[in-house]
Ligand binder design. Sequence first.
Ligand code: MG
Length: 403
Amino acid sequence: MKKVRPRSRPTGPGTGSGNRLAPFAARAESGRGRQHAEPSHAYRSEFQRDRDRVIHSGGFRRLVYKTQVFINHEGDLYRTRLTHSIEVAQIARTVARALHLNEELIEAIALAHDLGHPPFGHAGEDALDACMKPWGGFEHNLQSLRVVDELEDRYLAFPGLNLCFETREGILKHCSKRNARRLGVVGERFLLRQQPGLEAQVVNLADEIAYNNHDVDDGLRSGLLTEEALCAVPLFRRHHVPLLEANPRASRRALIHETIRGMINEVVSDLVETTGNNIAARGPESIDEVRALKHPLVALSPAVSKAHLGLKRFLHRQLYRHERVLAVTSRAQNMLKELFACYMNSPAAMPAEHATRAFQWEAERGEPGRALAIADYVAGMTDRYAYAEYRRLIDAKAKTQGL
Ligand code: MG
């Protein structure tokens, strides 16, 4: 098998980022275009415009007050959905440069990938999914696409942000067959068992690498994890122990950061190398040849994949299911469920724009229409806004009733 080593960065025209594009990279000029035709821009590429649209969206700004693992008010140093999205973009852009993929597209997908996340992280998603069960459930990934396709209200000529197909393809990471049928062209690959472009595949793995590593940092900062316990994870131990032995008097924080830096570097370097080898072995000549393959080309080697999975499993057991995290998240889940029920009983309790939409969609589609408008509203909330709404609608009512 011929090895493709990441080359030193060549210069030349192509992406606008100084990175020459490989033949299998996504190209703005020969992409599948936008749902609503628009004239091109004088000096920005289509994927650059997509990234800019995401950054200027209301959904993107709200990510700053949405939980990753720790509820936003627990401390200023924990990751939020916004800092997480930026870290995903950073890792994915590094890979894009090394493999000559489209860095602008990668950045657009990375910054948009969590736009549909409801407040309170995965706990919030589970709660909203339970509320929406009678009407098809709720899934944050699908909601991210819904935000950029329909919910952002910033253009006169079309709803949403009218992003390019390649960006939308990257945002939609997974999808049930039922939803895929409903989504048209962007859902087709889930029915045909095809792959998205390499840029989408890179963001998908960069997302996992980012959260596994930053959750180690946040977990240690919170005191819910310790270095001693983390040494049960081979990936952590092999970076941490030599550092600790060589620097017995170093500050704890610097040692933790050096360890995490080493882990990210190992996994990302392996991703670049393994993916480079996979590309060389299959030799795709275009993004469509990448899409037609049965398996993704972006991957970790079996050894590093196993080590990374070991870290992920540890975090599931020791952090995400820690009783202190669960206590906060189960309160948050109950809050979202009560809020949802309150709006279902009385859509007028929502701001006028959302209430009007709920009544209108209900008139058109019945109860599912009302539920969908409420799910959109609740999913758009930040953690602190959800708390404020809960106090306004439910705590205040309990008080007036003497409960
Ligand atoms: Mg993410």
